[in-house]
Write a protein that binds this ligand. Structure first.
Ligand SMILES: [Zn+2]
Length: 156
């Protein structure tokens, strides 16, 4: 299905946008400009204030090129970074710091996922602990349980 920008009457383009987690307080000037001048700029997707182990960092979005132009112009005129995507470098650094913050095991061998799939959760936790000595047992366990419940949900 082709989607259009209602404001600019042009086709939206499919792309990937970074998901930003945390609470954001945008000022009212920005919010009203967003609604009236660039409703489909979609430079970022707000992930809310929930940090969990199923966190995704990029997602598919639809954007309008005219909205993006208007958004960039607005940010220049108002000397603002509201609603803009960080650069790739900044985003990578951000993901790393987020992973450290939530203790997400950075190294996940395929074998560990196989063990989780087979319900061998203790073995999976042991393997992940060996590969990620800096991650705590509780965060690894939380990761394994989240993966396990995701798999069981998919299979039912
Ligand atoms: Zn538009």
């Amino acid at each position: 299905m082709i989607e259009f920008c209602k404001l600019h009457d042009i086709e939206l383009i499919e792309a990937e946008a970074p998901v930003i987690y945390g609470l954001f307080r945008y000022d009212n000037d920005y919010l009203s400009a967003l609604r009236s001048q660039f409703p489909n700029s979609n430079y970022v997707v707000l992930g809310g204030c929930i940090l969990d182990f199923n966190a995704i960092f990029y997602c598919r979005i639809m954007y309008c090129t005219k909205c993006r132009e208007a958004h960039l112009l607005w940010t220049k005129l108002h000397n603002s970074q509201n609603g803009l995507a960080p650069s790739d470098e900044q985003h990578k650094a951000y993901i790393e710091s987020l992973k450290r913050k939530i203790g997400y095991p950075a190294i996940i061998p395929p074998k560990a996922l196989g063990l989780i799939e087979n319900g061998q959760l203790n073995q999976a936790i042991k393997l992940l602990k060996v590969k990620n000595p800096k991650s705590s047992f509780s965060s690894i366990k939380a990761f394994v349980m989240a993966q396990h419940s995701k798999l069981s949900a998919n299979n039912s």
